[in-house]
Design a protein around this ligand. Sequence first.
Ligand code: HEM
Length: 138
Amino acid sequence: MTKVLLSIHVLAAIIAVGPVTVAASMFPALARRGDARALRLLHRICTVYATIGVAVPVFGLATATSLGVLGDAWLLTSIGLTMVAAALLGLVILPRQKGLLDQAGPDPRLGMLTGVFNLLWAVVVVLMIVRPGSTTGA
Ligand code: HEM
């Protein structure tokens, strides 16, 4: 059962977080060029895949429960970082993108914020794989 949950968790991370990372990274450059159609498409990709991405923490928590590692420090850190990244996307990046759809113009901080968002995923993935301090598994 754990293997099924973990597979869905990793699959969801690849399918949902991947496209959001790429689309969000491309957004600031296209916003500078004022390509309204492309901006709408990228924003839509970010919104739709962010919604699908809810499956990542859901199946992550299910996997952690099944493994009995819910209290582990590496996992609690990952949960915290995932929440920060999700809040950054939902409360800051997506609204700022939406703002640029309606009135074109540069948003100097959007690129930086998106970079921070991408970095957070990278840290979480490394934590998921290295699991520092964990005594279960390699
Ligand atoms: C609430 C957030 C999350 C929870 C509770 C969670 C939980 C877990 C658990 C329990 C495992 C199994 C570790 C093991 O085999 O012992 C795992 C593996 C994994 N998770 Fe997460 N996760 C979360 C977020 C994420 C995110 C945001 C990503 C990617 C963007 C991610 C990517 C992965 C990957 C790639 C693995 C496979 C690592 C491996 O087995 O070597 N997880 N996760």
